[in-house]
Design a protein around this ligand. Structure first.
Ligand SMILES: Cc1ncc(COP(=O)(O)O)c(C=O)c1O
Length: 353
């Protein structure tokens, strides 16, 4: 017999974002990706260890190691973002390497094979996978060769802070207190941006940009690995990531169809990746000029990433990508009409360049 009426039963909120705990003993949330990388570094060695990083990487991936007195060496990438196995193993032999950081760039360079080759060479080498570009559909969660996985979640959604570290190792990474200063600047900056989007007052724009820049400077403090805020945890636990996934795939495919034949645009990804798209990277000549013209028309496409000289000297492919790439947004903020507009801006700028 079915029953109707009377008291409401308690329904547990669905924790939609959390989906890692089936695979990992330890799942810790931090303020930023660099805190998660720092926590992994502290688990692995106190100082003096050698880590290999891909030559294509951003400074926030390097500094957590440098600031803990690690020695960082860079390995080069092939023209499809894959790793040259022979060179990497040669470097492991030469430098008494303690750890290697691998990354599946834009979802097109899976790390399982190279991780397996490294472990075949030496079980002692610790492998860290940065899965920032494949956060919402990582296909490599059960890979036993990966010792630590980290991802900067705040790059994907509108939260003031957020990154995750996953590991099955026995060491338990240390988590510092919350960074109240960073949090309040981020919340203030994001709120100002929201207001600017409604009112389009140029003063508001100046203020939100400055506030967000001030927040980023807090991240230069490497004295602790700060914890994520409750504000972000609450957002994460109520997120419908299925909706985000579908939106990003739809936007990626739509924008790709609009720009695929634009003269002067080279594509890094000629079809959607198998994982949820992070962005749609394009390669253009006169990159800085194109970036400025995009911005004049309201399209902000960041450079991923400016490289330090050591990286540039290690890998021609990486420095070429760094000099010519712009990353177009395809995220869940945008609907069909927005993507049409982004496509029009790309076409108009490139056709006149
Ligand atoms: C691939 C990757 N990993 C890690 C980080 C560091 O993340 P965060 O800025 O949250 O410290 C970044 C930042 O840009 C990144 O792009």
């Amino acid at each position: 017999m079915r029953e109707f009426g009377s008291e409401h039963p308690f329904i547990e909120p669905v924790k939609k974002f959390y989906r890692f705990d089936n695979f990992f003993k330890t799942e810790i949330y931090f303020r930023a990706g660099r805190d998660a990388l720092g926590a992994a570094a502290e688990c692995i060695s106190s100082s003096g260890a050698v880590i290999l990083l891909p030559a294509y990487c951003c400074e926030s991936m390097v500094l957590p190691f440098i600031n803990r007195k690690w020695s960082v060496k860079y390995y080069s990438l092939n023209s499809d973002f894959s790793v040259n196995e022979k060179e990497l193993i040669g470097m492991c032999e030469k430098h008494k390497v303690k750890a290697v950081l691998l990354m599946n760039f834009f979802g097109i360079s899976p790390v399982a094979d190279i991780a397996s080759s490294i472990k075949e060479y030496s079980k002692e080498i610790i492998i860290i996978e940065d899965f920032t570009h494949t956060l919402f559909s990582d296909h490599n969660l059960s890979d036993k060769n990966i010792n630590f996985k980290i991802s900067s979640i705040r790059k994907w959604i509108g939260i003031p802070d957020g990154a995750v570290l996953l590991t099955n190792s026995d060491c338990s990474p240390s988590v510092g207190r919350n960074d109240e200063n960073f949090l309040s600047l981020r919340i203030k900056g994001m709120a100002l941006k929201f207001k600017y989007n409604l009112e389009k007052d140029p003063d508001l724009k100046k203020k939100y940009l400055q506030t967000l820049r001030d927040a980023e400077t807090c991240l230069n403090d490497y004295s602790a690995c700060y914890a994520i805020s409750n504000v972000s945890i609450n957002v994460l636990s109520s997120l419908d990531i299925e909706e985000i996934r579908q939106c990003r795939f739809a936007n990626f495919n739509h924008l790709l169809s609009l720009i695929i034949d634009v003269p002067g645009v080279d594509l890094v990804l000629k079809t959607a990746p198998s994982s949820v798209p992070f962005s749609l990277p394009i390669l253009v000549r006169d990159r800085d000029l194109v970036q400025r013209k995009f911005a004049e028309r309201g399209l902000y496409a960041p450079v991923l990433w400016p490289l330090n000289n050591q990286c540039r000297n290690t890998c021609n492919f990486s420095s070429g990508i760094s000099d010519t790439m712009l990353s177009l947004p395809v995220d869940q903020r945008y609907d069909y009409e927005d993507i049409e507009e982004i496509g029009r801006i790309v076409r108009s700028v490139l056709v006149e360049s």
